[in-house]
Design a protein around this ligand. Structure first.
Ligand code: PMV
Length: 337
């Protein structure tokens, strides 16, 4: 083992600005990092007779412990993720303790599991004093995301590992991940409609509906892909009013896909009435977060979310994950649970 006693890995949460679900079927999506995320401390365990690493989480849905031994404890997905870390990095990982602190609510479509995956990978690399590229982080964290999410499109961990505002297209074999340079700062109000039923469930239920009406659903996915193209151009021009209108259109498609809920629709309407340029769900839907694009001051939209019964926070999206490293883990209370 090396000389470090402890190291940290940080990764931001994310929003999907355009294209969730359609991205699973090969359409482009636009996603961006949030200015808050998950931090993992990695340290050497004192000799406690355990044969595997330990995990302890605090903050916003991460409150749990886990050990991957055969007679280990904690949620199965976390135990499997720790076992996957051993498979990727070798036996050195067995002697480590991971302590994670979350500043994004879990189960809200804000990328908490992908952020945890990327933060764990970065933390292990730092602890082992090995340098790593964003591409390598993407590869390793994809393996962890598969443990948490089955067969994800890859958009979550790609944007989180890459940082900023990105254009993503699932590829065979390689995904396309391109940085978009927005013409203006992008401010959002984020409202939490409650914990969603899970990405795997939402993606699977949509696949079942699609099997019954393949042509109709293909039209919807094509439409969403077309909107993503237009939004990319509008972002580069700094034309945020247009981005907002196209977000509203994307929300209409998401409702047609069956992944919206009455609460999400209520929050979208409340945000637009309070002056948001556009509003939509982000992530898998069926609950989770609503994002509202704000021209300037997000406070009126935050108040509207709160009046509608949702916890809310302001966020700037697209900041560099390597620069945002100091986030107070208790600044958002989870609406989930
Ligand atoms: O896990 P979430 O809520 O961020 O949703 C991921 C986005 C989906 O397009 C719904 C699924 C995927 O794998 O891309």
């Amino acid at each position: 083992m090396n000389g470090l006693d402890a190291a940290f890995g940080y990764a931001p949460g994310k929003i999907i600005l355009m294209g969730e679900h359609a991205v699973v079927y090969g359409q482009p999506a636009i996603a961006a990092t949030l200015d808050r995320g998950v931090r993992v401390a990695v340290s050497k365990r004192t000799d406690d007779g355990l044969s595997g690493p330990t995990f302890r989480g605090t903050g916003l849905g991460l409150e749990t412990g886990a050990r991957p031994d055969p007679d280990g404890e904690g949620p199965e997905a976390l135990r499997n993720a720790l076992a996957e870390l051993i498979a990727m990095f070798g036996d050195e990982v067995r002697g480590l303790a991971f302590v994670a602190e979350g500043a994004i609510p879990a189960g809200s479509g804000l990328g908490s599991s992908a952020a945890l995956s990327v933060a764990l990978v970065r933390g292990v690399f730092r602890f082992l004093s090995k340098s790593v590229t964003d591409e390598e982080v993407m590869g390793y964290s994809h393996r962890l995301e598969r443990v948490f999410h089955g067969n994800p499109s890859g958009v979550d961990h790609s944007v989180i590992a890459h940082g900023g505002l990105v254009w993503f297209k699932k590829g065979e074999p390689d995904n396309v991940v391109e940085r978009i340079q927005p013409g203006r700062r992008i401010r959002m109000a984020v409202g939490l409609s409650g914990k969603h039923a899970g990405t795997v469930h939402a993606v699977g239920a949509l696949r079942d509906r699609m099997r019954r009406h393949p042509k109709a659903y293909q039209h919807l996915f094509d439409g969403i892909g077309g909107l993503a193209q237009e939004v990319r151009a509008a972002l580069e021009e700094g034309h945020l009013a247009k981005v907002g209108e196209l977000m509203d259109l994307n929300q209409g498609y998401l409702n047609a896909l069956g992944v919206s809920t009455p609460t999400i629709e209520k929050l979208c309407h409340a945000a637009r009435d309070a002056g948001a340029l556009g509003a939509k769900l982000t992530g898998a839907g069926g609950g989770g977060a609503v994002i509202a694009l704000c021209d300037d001051d997000p406070r009126p939209v935050l108040k509207a979310f709160e009046r509608a019964g949702a916890h809310a926070f302001a966020a700037e999206i697209g900041s560099d994950p390597h620069e945002v490293d100091d986030v107070d883990p208790v600044t958002v209370r989870s609406a989930a649970g």
